[in-house]
Ligand binder design. Structure first.
Ligand SMILES: Nc1ncnc2c1ncn2[C@@H]1O[C@H](COP(=O)(O)OP(=O)(O)OP(=O)(O)O)[C@@H](O)[C@H]1O
Ligand SMILES: [Mg+2]
Length: 243
């Protein structure tokens, strides 16, 4: 098995004085693997990603990146260390061009040659980014905009990418495109921590699946097996799996 690049260890986290949302969450993410976090609305999936990317400091527990304790570091430090977070919802700047959006992801790269090489690399991974380079991002379809977000996130060549509901609001065709691109990212060796409403679809393509309940991993295992696990059918996936 490849090495664990990101791990959440026994994380307890929440907001303000309210009871914690995460109550001892442990999730390992290995290089070149997609780990899919599923669970009902409000289970704490986005909260888990926020803790991983430094947007929310945990009350206890640790976040390890490449074996290094990075708990409590701010998001820009974590980004520089190789962890990128694509937030839930649409986060492209619609009034800016695709080029401007993608370049934002590489704004800390001072070396022009390296910057150009990264631009070429993300264009190769997401052809639509190159094809629509000069277009206003708001004119692209939802699936195309998601690919611009992915390209922006990959500009610093992260070792881990957190994807929060990347298929939200997309039709089946665009959803398929987005899933195919996640598979491509995995093939480049990136580790992906994925949160998805399309739980069954996501589990079918992921390596490891983790089901969140009451702030902890309730069930975890090989994602394809989880997708077919009858316990999930009624609870989280909207009906028993097709047999
Ligand atoms: N900024 C915030 N301030 C206070 N409470 C919050 C905040 N963000 C989330 N919560 C609460 O934390 C809990 C978990 O929210 P979270 O967004 O992590 O859930 P989720 O599993 O991502 O849900 P969804 O599937 O709807 O995206 C919810 O009860 C939510 O109301
Ligand atoms: Mg969420």
């Amino acid at each position: 098995m490849s090495e664990v690049v990101l791990s959440l260890e026994d994380v307890v986290a929440g907001y303000g004085r309210a009871a914690p949302v995460l109550r001892g969450l442990t999730v390992p993410v290995r290089a070149g693997e997609v780990v899919c976090l599923v669970g009902p609305n409000g289970a704490g999936k986005s909260t888990a990603l926020k803790v991983a990317s430094g947007l929310l400091a945990p009350r206890s527990g640790r976040v390890l990146l490449d074996g290094r304790d990075v708990t409590g570091l701010p998001p820009q430090r974590l980004l520089a260390l190789g962890l990128a977070h694509v937030l839930q919802g649409h986060s492209v700047f619609r009034e800016m061009t695709v080029a401007e959006n993608v370049r934002l992801g590489g704004y800390t790269v001072r070396d022009q040659a390296r910057l150009n090489a990264r631009i070429e690399a993300v264009k190769e991974l997401f052809p639509v980014v190159g094809e629509r380079w000069g277009s206003m991002a708001g004119l692209l379809s939802g699936g195309q905009q998601k690919q611009v977000e992915f390209a922006r996130a990959l500009m610093l060549e992260p070792s881990v990418v957190l994807l929060d509901e990347p298929s939200m609001g997309l039709d089946p065709r665009n959803t398929q495109v987005v899933f195919d691109r996640i598979d491509l990212m995995r093939r480049t060796g990136v580790a992906v921590l994925l949160v998805e409403q399309n739980a069954r679809r996501a589990l079918e393509m992921a390596d490891l699946g983790c089901v969140l309940d009451l702030g902890r991993v309730h069930i975890s295992g090989p994602a394809r097996e989880l997708a077919a696990d009858p316990r999930l059918g009624r609870l989280y996936l909207g009906g028993a799996p097709a047999s």
